[in-house]
Ligand binder design. Structure first.
Ligand code: NAP
Length: 279
């Protein structure tokens, strides 16, 4: 199965499907990522906050896979928004990942009620990390449209992506539309709604009709909409299932039907970025 690559606004390319390691325990991360690499995943999404960059690095190092075939994302922890901490923690991430560069480094959360509301200085420090190529691309995560407009207006630097919560139960259309208006790609986190949307009758009916699984149908919905996804699983069979989504399509009507599962804010599984303030 070949995973398509999408071109970012900085001309780097990114595999549309990856593997996420949120809630993968640190002592199981190396084995889990090794299995994901065996299945065929080449794009790994981790974060300083997940505490498992070292395990990701161990798996990448022992895989024997050439660095230029891998795509690695990590994210700035909420405690590290001060410019000096951006630089220090980025060095630590590279050390733990055992890499000389990451492909993508994201501000994990905007924290508009912390740091005097100044995520702009954080963004400037992030953007400087591309100068020597140690971060190929930089971007943001959980940025609402006004947060996004502000960093772009005040720095002139476009993030390559905005990684936001998107799944059939929470379409997050306003944030997706703002990303598209600015010319940046949406990365959809919790793409299968942490497993909670898979028994929805709309998805089950489409899956049965197409001879696919509910998770494959949900992931394919994102792909049809042009978003980037990195489902997480601890189990090889599910990793394989989630990887096998490029040999079928959904009709426009099926895409619309799945979008119709949107429950607005009630469908959110994670915190609201406007108020989330945990450091
Ligand atoms: N930027 C952010 O703030 C943010 C927030 C959340 C997530 N993320 C990123 O997005 C990635 C994915 O999100 P997520 O981990 O929250 O949720 P998810 O990928 O939507 O769902 C993962 C859950 O679904 C189960 N699952 C996986 N494949 C399945 C399948 N084929 N059938 C049935 N159940 C299945 C998994 O259980 P098993 O492991 O037992 O298989 C796990 O409980 C994360 O790993 C992380 O990289 C980013």
């Amino acid at each position: 199965m070949t995973v398509p690559s999408l071109t970012l606004n900085d001309d780097h390319s990114i595999p549309q499907l990856g593997f996420g390691v949120f809630q993968v325990p640190p002592d199981e991360t190396s084995a889990t990522v090794t299995t994901a690499l065996e299945v065929g995943y080449r794009h790994i999404d981790t974060a300083q906050m997940y505490g498992n960059e070292k395990g990701v690095g161990d798996a990448l190092a022992s895989s024997g896979i050439a660095r230029d075939e891998l795509y690695v994302t990590t994210k700035l922890n909420n405690a590290n928004h001060a410019a000096d901490d951006v630089r220090r923690s980025f060095d630590e991430s590279l050390r733990d990942l055992q890499l000389d560069h990451v492909d993508l480094f994201l501000i994990h959360w905007p924290l508009p009620t912390q740091y005097d509301g100044d995520f702009v200085s954080t963004w400037k420090a992030m953007a400087e990390l591309t100068a020597d190529g140690r971060a190929k691309s930089v971007g943001v995560s959980n940025f609402e449209p006004d947060h996004l407009a502000r960093i772009i207006d005040e720095t002139g630097v476009l993030p390559a992506v905005n990684q936001i919560e998107v799944h059939p139960g929470f379409n997050n259309e306003a944030a997706r539309a703002a990303n598209a208006e600015h010319g940046l790609l949406t990365e959809a986190w919790s793409p299968i709604g942490q497993g909670q949307i898979l028994d929805d009758p709309t998805i089950v009916e489409i899956a049965q009709r197409l001879g696919r699984t509910p998770a494959q149908v949900a992931l394919r919905w994102h792909v049809e909409r042009g978003d980037i996804v990195f489902p997480k699983s601890m189990r090889r069979e599910r990793m394989q299932e989630n990887f096998a989504i490029f040999d079928f399509e959904l009709s426009p009507d099926d895409v619309l039907a799945i979008s119709g599962m949107d429950r607005g804010d009630a469908g959110r599984l994670g915190p609201d970025p406007k108020t989330f303030d945990r450091i």
